[in-house]
Write a protein that binds this ligand. Structure first.
Ligand code: ADP
Length: 460
């Protein structure tokens, strides 16, 4: 009987131990499940948070993977493009995100900002990308695309962020239209006032006393300033909305700049400034002498061909040269030309007051003038360099300045250089067009050019 009790007690103990172990195991299992659940729920929270944030952004945000498939299309993208989220996600981006050129023609996919980021792996931004939305209309967008890369720097996808800026563009166009109409209309009466003031100041046609002459001279110079302001406003408005008239043709910059230097030196010499024309790396002649050497032979030098509107480039160089004279009290203004296989470089160097470093980044912006005592007394509109930049950009060129206060400034203009072969092809095409009566009159004629004895080479 006692044995039975002992055996029974042992069994109960075993059962109790087994129950305790099972309970401990279950608690452990529950603990594991709880932490997995917590992780899952926190991931879910993060996902929801990201979805809320992306949904709240008004800009379109599109995530594209390396297979060119749209993986995320937020509410902003839906509103801007007219594509429903479930329609766009899972599709190749090329069927959804289409672009047009300025004439409204659809761009080939490889020329779109998205394709460019896939091929270059570099971030891009375009403030006036024309996007073709689902309804078939083209809207103006500010578009930026950033690549996503793995640790080995391979592009694994990209994120495109865009915003409809059609309304802003329309307002800008209206503003530019107003400025250009107003300045165009105001130029005529201002020109008439300037003409009459010139007549009043002309001894041969009018008699005025000394004091009146002094007043009229001031009125005349202010009217000239006003006329220049209207002209600059008109040109900058046209430059901004792409209405700047340009008839590019082949121009040989050597002979062009040399002729221009001849025309410009008078304004510098009137102010007592010394001028020079520099060709290549070395100084080849003073602007006041002709291109031929004393023996009457042509100076042999590389031919720097570019495809530009000569009148527009004249405007740029004249503006920069005039500035150099304006902001240089004494010393020298040099006009130079150099280049290499791909670039033709024109530069204007002065020994004037120079430009403070903090002003340099803003110099080519509209209405920007350095605020110092000299500019307060020297008249100007602050539009000249803005117009210069717009013109140079028209020919895919670059303009910049290097300067040191008290020592002077050098303005550089780089233009893409045409190879001799390409220049000859274009000139032949221009002559053919002239024969058929459709060529423009500013085309450089081959007979104006110095014939090279060798293939032009780099001099810079
Ligand atoms: P502005 O009509 O005032 O000359 P620009 O756009 O041509 O307008 O030039 C902008 C400003 O840049 C000028 O107001 C002047 O402060 C500065 N600047 C331009 N060229 C020179 C120069 N060669 N030397 C010193 N400052 C210059």
């Amino acid at each position: 009987m006692q044995q039975i009790f002992i055996i029974g007690g042992g069994i109960v103990l075993l059962v109790l131990v087994a129950v305790v172990i099972l309970l401990a195991k279950k608690r452990k299992a529950n603990k594991g499940a709880n932490s997995t659940n917590r992780l899952a729920s926190s991931l879910q929270n993060e996902k929801e948070k990201s979805a809320i944030i992306l949904g709240a952004i008004q800009d379109g945000v599109v995530l594209i993977d390396d297979q060119q498939i749209i993986r995320h299309f937020n509410q902003g993208a839906v509103t801007t493009t007219g594509w429903a989220r479930n329609e766009a996600e899972g599709l190749d981006w090329r069927s959804v995100l289409k672009f047009t050129d300025t004439k409204g023609e659809e761009l080939p996919a490889e020329e779109t900002p998205i394709a460019k980021v896939f091929s270059s792996g570099k971030q891009t931004r375009n403030d006036s990308a024309n996007m073709l939305i689902k309804s078939g209309t083209s809207i103006s967008t500010s578009f930026s695309v950033s690549p996503l890369a793995d640790s080995a720097e391979h592009t694994t996808g990209l994120v495109a962020v865009f915003r409809d800026v059609s309304e802003e563009r329309a307002q800008e166009n209206q503003r530019a239209e107003f400025i250009s109409t107003a300045s165009h209309e105001m130029r005529t009466p201002v020109a008439a006032i300037e003409g009459y003031l010139s007549l009043a100041l002309n001894d041969k046609v009018a008699t005025i006393d000394g004091r009146a002459k002094g007043y009229l001279e001031k009125a005349h110079s202010s009217t000239q300033h006003l006329g220049q302001l209207f002209q600059d406003l008109l040109t900058s408005a046209k430059a901004e909305d792409g209405r700047l008239v340009s008839h590019p043709s082949v121009v040989e910059m050597g002979s062009f700049i040399e002729q221009l230097a001849e025309d410009l030196r008078f304004s510098a010499e009137k102010k007592g400034l010394f001028t020079e024309f520099l060709f290549g790396n070395s100084e080849i002649k003073d602007a006041s002498h002709s291109a031929t050497s004393t023996e009457g032979n042509k100076v042999v030098r590389p031919l720097y061909y570019v495809n530009v509107d000569a009148d527009r480039v004249r405007e740029v160089v004249t503006n920069i040269f005039d500035n150099a004279c304006k902001y240089t009290a004494e010393g020298k203004v040099s006009l130079g030309l150099t280049g290499n296989d791909g670039v033709v470089q024109v530069y204007v160097r002065d020994t004037g007051q120079g430009i403070p470093a903090e002003d340099l980044p803003h110099l080519f912006q509209k209405f920007y003038r350095v605020d110092n005592s000299a500019t307060r007394t020297i008249g100007g509109t602050g539009l000249g360099l803005f117009i210069c930049r717009k013109i140079v950009e028209l020919y895919k060129g670059r303009i910049w300045v290097e300067s040191e206060v008290g020592k002077g400034s050098t303005f550089y203009i780089n233009l893409p250089r045409l190879s001799l072969q390409r220049a000859e092809q274009l000139m032949a095409a221009e002559s053919n067009a002239q024969v058929t009566g459709s060529a423009n009159t500013t085309a450089a004629k081959p007979e104006n050019l110095v014939t090279p004895t060798t293939q032009p080479g780099a001099t810079a």
